[in-house]
Design a protein around this ligand. Structure first.
Ligand code: CTP
Ligand code: MG
Length: 348
C-alpha cells in the first residue's frame, strides 16, 4: 500500500542521512593533524623568507576550504609582496636546494612545469602515520580566491554542504573517477558540480549565489580578514527555504547528473547558472575530431571564466563518470533494508 511505501521511504531517508553524517565525521582530520600541518606551513614560510623576505605562504585547496579529509595533501601558495621578485623558475630551483639542505623532506623541484612548483613529502612516522605531501606554488592568486569562495559556501550550511561534498570526494576516489591525469575529474570539479546543483538546480535553492549578492560582489575573497565580515553578512541575509535532508539532496544529485544535465550542449557555471557551450566557444574541439578532446564536460571556473575546469575529462572518462552516477542512483533507488548497506555498496 502507498502509505506503507511512503513510510519506508521516509525511514530510509532519515537513516541514510544519519549514516552519511556518521561516515563523514570519522573521515575529518584530527586537530593534531591540522596543528602539524600548520607547523609545517610556518616552518616552510620561515625558510622561504630567507630567500624572499617579503613573502607569505598561504594554504589553499582542501586544507583551507572546509572540504578536507584526513591525510589529504597540502596545497601552499607563496605570495611575494615586493616589486622586484625572482622569477618563479629561479625561486623553485633555489627553494628546492634550500629545503634539501635544511629539512628532512623529500624534495622535487619542477621549475619547468606549466606552473612551476616544488613538491615535498615526508615519510610516515609515529606522530604522522601517513606522512605529508605538499605542493608549493607561486603567485597563484586565483586559486586563493576560489578557495575562499568555496570556504564561504562550506560555511553557509555545513551539515548539508560539507557532508555532501566530503561524501562525494570519498566516493569518487573509491570509485576511481577522481584522476584528472587519467581522463576523469578533479576534486575541485566535483565540488563545483555540488555547488552548481545546490545553487542553480534545486528549487528552492539550498545555497545563494555568492557572486551575485550585491554587497558581496565586489569583495575580494583574497583577504582573510574580510572572511568574518562576509560570513556575518551572509548569515543576516540568507536562509534557505529548502528543507530537504542531505540524503534527499544526494539522491537527487545522482539522478540529476545521471540523466538531466545537458552534457552535450551545457556548461555548469556557479557564477551564472546553465550556459551554452556555443556561447563560450567551447563546442568546437570535439566536433572537429580533435584528438585532444576537451570540453566533453564543461564546468566554468568561478573567476577564470575562459577556463573549463573539466577540460581533462575525456570521452571515456565522462562515460565512466556518468556510469557511476547511474550506478549510485540505482543503488539508492533500490533502498536496501538497511541504510548502512547502501553506503557500503556505494563506495564498494
Ligand atoms: N584548482 C584550480 N583548478 C583546477 C584544479 C584545482 O584552480 N582545475 C585549485 C583550486 O583552488 C582548488 C585547489 O587547486 O581548491 C585544489 O584542488 P584539488 O586538489 O582538486 O581539490 P582539493 O579540495 O584539494 O581535493 P583533494 O583533497 O582531493 O586534494
Ligand atoms: Mg588538494
Amino acid at each position: 500500500p502507498p502509505q506503507r511505501r511512503h513510510a519506508s521511504k521516509q525511514r530510509f531517508i532519515t537513516e541514510f542521512s544519519q549514516c552519511l553524517f556518521d561516515f563523514v565525521v570519522q573521515l575529518l582530520p584530527t586537530s593534531e593533524e591540522m596543528a602539524v600541518k600548520e607547523d609545517v606551513r610556518k616552518l616552510l614560510e620561515r625558510l622561504i623568507r630567507t630567500i624572499e623576505p617579503d613573502s607569505r605562504l598561504l594554504s589553499f585547496g582542501s586544507t583551507a576550504n572546509g572540504f578536507n579529509l584526513r591525510n589529504s595533501d597540502m596545497d601552499l601558495c607563496c605570495l611575494i609582496d615586493s616589486e622586484e621578485r625572482l622569477a618563479a623558475t629561479d625561486l623553485v630551483t633555489m627553494l628546492g636546494d634550500l629545503l634539501e639542505r635544511e629539512t628532512k623532506f623529500h624534495v622535487k623541484p619542477l621549475p619547468h612545469a606549466r606552473i612551476p612548483i616544488v613538491k615535498l613529502s615526508l615519510d610516515p612516522s609515529p606522530g604522522l602515520p601517513f606522512g605529508i605531501a605538499c605542493d608549493i606554488g607561486f603567485e597563484n592568486r586565483l586559486a586563493l580566491e576560489n578557495t575562499r569562495l568555496l570556504m564561504c559556501y562550506a560555511m553557509i550550511d555545513p551539515p548539508r554542504v560539507r557532508t555532501m561534498v566530503l561524501f562525494l570526494k570519498v566516493w569518487s576516489k573509491r570509485r576511481k573517477i577522481n584522476s584528472p591525469y587519467k581522463g576523469t575529474l578533479s576534486s575541485y570539479g566535483y565540488v563545483l558540480l555540488v555547488i552548481y546543483f545546490l545553487v542553480h538546480v534545486k528549487n528552492p535553492p539550498v545555497l545563494p549565489n555568492l557572486q551575485q549578492m550585491p554587497p558581496l560582489r565586489s569583495i575580494s575573497y583574497d583577504d582573510t580578514h574580510l572572511m568574518g565580515t562576509i560570513f556575518e553578512l551572509l548569515r543576516q541575509r540568507w536562509t534557505s527555504s529548502n528543507s530537504e535532508t542531505v540524503a534527499e539532496l544526494l539522491i537527487d544529485f545522482f539522478k540529476f547528473y545521471s540523466r538531466d544535465f545537458s552534457y552535450n550542449t551545457g556548461v555548469a557555471s556557479i557564477r551564472a547558472g546553465l550556459l551554452k557551450k556555443e556561447s563560450k566557444g567551447w563546442q568546437s574541439e570535439f566536433e572537429k575530431g580533435s584528438p585532444r578532446e576537451r570540453n566533453r564536460l564543461c564546468i566554468e571556473d568561478p573567476f577564470e571564466m575562459d577556463y573549463n575546469v573539466a577540460r581533462c575529462v575525456t570521452k571515456d572518462g565522462l562515460y565512466t563518470i556518468r556510469g557511476e552516477f547511474m550506478r549510485a542512483s540505482r543503488i539508492l533507488a533500490a533502498r536496501p533494508e538497511r541504510a548502512v548497506l547502501a553506503l557500503a555498496q556505494l563506495c564498494d
